[in-house]
Design a protein. Structure first.
Length: 275
């Protein structure tokens, strides 16, 4: 049983504000340990229920945050940027299930550090006409490969969102959102126990099925007109409104690659404090 663990950081134990997740800060160094602790608890639970191979894909920012020297030795770590499928790299490697660990609510919604790919420039994303965040997009990609989402961890808003895009997945509320930068947090001993138990239970749903490859429509709304104009330079991407672009793709894999290009171009168009 090979399991992919897509590990983001905003939804892990104790994280509540920017410095907790921005590489190079003192707080980031502290929360790297808590991040690794959440991952290890998940690996332990997965392996207790029969996982024989756990691939941990770093999915946050620089994608070089987890402490390899402290990682459970039953897992392997995919770290570093510029992966074709980004947060979901490894979904194509015959995995039997995927875990979304440390996830957060989508852009435009309440939640601790809520966003979709870009920290504060995207105000909404729609997949086939329905609002979608990172979890929703990644779940659609998993479905294309016939891979079930076993577990989602994050704040209460992220878990509520997951009930829509992955209704069969187990969910662990790590903290309760008070505002974008405040939460009621559970201590790591408690969150580790909860993650471990849910990971073990989630393994009951592991096992690939036939994939669902079909065309998809993605639309992205930005907080500024120049970001939409920058993204619309990309071939196949249309500017639908002053702050909104859209594109069609023959599969979810191609849609995610195109979305990555759109967010990269738009992110590079941000100029200092004026955005």
């Amino acid at each position: 049983m090979r399991i992919l663990l897509s590990a983001d950081m905003e939804g892990v134990t104790g994280v509540t504000w920017t410095d907790d997740v921005v590489p190079g800060t003192e707080q980031w160094q502290r929360f790297r340990r808590l991040f690794t602790g959440d991952v290890n608890a998940c690996v332990e639970g997965l392996c207790a229920a029969g996982a024989t191979d756990v691939l941990v894909n770093e999915a946050h920012s620089s994608q070089r945050n987890l402490l390899l020297e402290d990682l459970d030795e039953r897992a392997v770590l995919l770290t570093g940027r510029h992966k074709p499928l980004s947060m979901m790299q490894g979904i194509e490697s015959d995995v039997d299930g995927v875990v979304f660990l440390g996830y957060h609510a989508r852009a435009g919604e309440e939640g601790v550090l809520s966003h979709t790919y870009l920290e504060n420039s995207i105000t909404g994303v729609w997949l086939d006409g329905r609002p979608a965040g990172e979890g929703g997009l990644n779940a659609a990609l998993a479905a294309e490969h016939g891979v079930p989402v076993l577990l989602v961890t994050g704040d209460d808003r992220a878990c509520a969102e997951a009930a829509d895009y992955a209704p069969s997945a187990h969910r662990v509320v790590i903290k309760e959102c008070v505002s974008r930068y405040a939460a009621i947090c559970r201590p790591p001993a408690r969150t580790a126990a909860d993650i471990r138990t849910a990971a073990t239970e989630g393994m009951r749903q592991a096992g690939r099925t036939d994939g669902d490859v079909r065309p998809h429509r993605v639309e992205v709304e930005f907080d500024a007109a120049h970001l939409a104009a920058a993204a619309a330079v990309i071939p196949t991407v249309d500017q639908l409104d002053v702050r909104r672009v859209g594109f069609d793709a023959p599969s979810m894999t191609e849609a995610m690659k195109a979305f990555k290009i759109v967010t990269t171009i738009a992110g590079r168009a941000v100029q200092g404090i004026y955005g």
